[in-house]
Design a protein. Structure first.
Ligand code: SF4
Ligand code: SF4
Length: 330
């Protein structure tokens, strides 16, 4: 029985391919993008996180961990001992980080996933991200929305991540199982995958959502941890192979890929692929919220909207190159 690790299943998604879809997020990624919107999806295994905004320092998790994976690394106290409310009864609101009472570091190498901390906490401050599921379990949930796919314009299943191809056997089996049930399939990929693996997946894929992050090799390596050679080569191979709809997507990341020079190069690359449109994913000002919830550092300002005129200028570059920019959300 083939199993995989699923971070989340999201229903009624509008920007993950044609029509209305169910997006299944597979856990694990080979890249390490500095701006990643799903930090809980990067590692390949289920992992425990401490939601410090829920914690009221009750101490019930002290010494509960059988392996010593939990360590209290900050205790700041809060004003006058007053707990001011938040996500759970008696918790501290997220914006009052300076009033945080306890920050816990979890040594992932020591964690056994025994759930004792999850069960001990009365504030639901520990969560496990990543559920081991079988192909049948996932497809059963996806198939429940079949009517919605049929009544929307080509809706179906989208596999996303993390990076779905980083669980190659599970990803392939999900695509196959969906096609066997007549469900439209989309693969949202960063393209950093061996061609023979990707090529086999494409036999069961209707639409590829192919992310292009940065055209400059040095910057790509610096901000994602890997070279963009294989990614660009795979984009060309998908086009040459045919038999699948290819949509290139560009996430706009301030200071990392939003220069006119980079967008010009991206436009040239997409034109050379013979495509007529590009999907633009505007920078999401609240993307960093999950970093804050998980107590991780986020390199951008949370809540700051990307300037509309800059977004317009980027889209104008693509228009000037004969491409139709589709702004997804934002
Ligand atoms: S994590 Fe939960 S159990 Fe531990 S101190 Fe905070 S509220 Fe109490
Ligand atoms: S799941 Fe178990 S091993 Fe992991 S941090 Fe919690 S108590 Fe420790």
């Amino acid at each position: 029985m083939i199993t995989g690790v699923v971070t989340n299943i999201q229903y009624f998604t509008m920007f993950d391919g044609p029509g209305i879809r169910t997006t299944v997020f597979l856990k694990g990624c080979r890249l390490n993008c500095r701006w990643c919107h799903n930090p809980e999806g990067v590692r390949h295994y289920p992992e425990v996180f401490h939601l410090w905004s829920n914690c009221n320092d009750c101490g019930q998790c002290d010494n509960i961990c059988p392996t010593g994976a939990l360590q209290v690394v900050e205790r700041l106290g809060h004003e006058g001992g007053v707990v001011t409310g938040g996500n759970a009864p008696g918790s501290i609101p997220i914006e009052n980080r300076d009033k945080m009472v306890r920050k816990i570091r979890i040594d992932k190498g020591l964690c056994l996933g025994c759930r004792q901390c999850v069960e001990a906490c009365p504030q639901a401050a520990f969560v496990i991200s990543g559920e081991i599921m079988t192909v049948d379990e996932v497809i059963e949930k996806v198939a429940e929305e079949r009517l919605m796919y049929e009544n929307s314009d080509g809706g179906g299943l989208t596999l996303s991540g993390g990076e779905p191809t980083a669980q190659p056997e599970f990803c392939l089996a999900l695509l196959k199982a969906a096609k066997e049930k007549g469900i439209n399939t989309a693969l949202d990929t960063c393209g950093y995958v061996r061609w023979d693996i990707l090529n086999e997946m494409l036999d069961y894929t209707d639409v590829v959502l192919f992310d292009i992050k940065n055209m400059a090799p040095k910057a790509h390596r610096e901000f994602t941890g890997v070279s963009n050679d294989l990614i660009q080569e795979n984009a060309r191979r998908i086009i040459a192979r045919g038999g699948v709809e290819m949509r290139v997507r560009i996430p706009v990341i301030p200071g990392i890929n939003d220069s006119a020079e980079n967008m010009e190069k991206a436009a040239e690359f997409i034109c050379a692929l013979g495509l007529k449109a590009v999907d633009i994913l505007p920078f999401h000002p609240w993307a960093g919220q999950s970093y804050r919830l998980l107590g991780l550092d986020y390199p951008f300002t949370v809540g700051e909207w990307y300037p509309g005129e800059k977004q317009e200028r980027i889209e104008e570059i693509f228009r000037a190159n004969g491409l139709k920019p589709n702004r997804l959300g934002g």
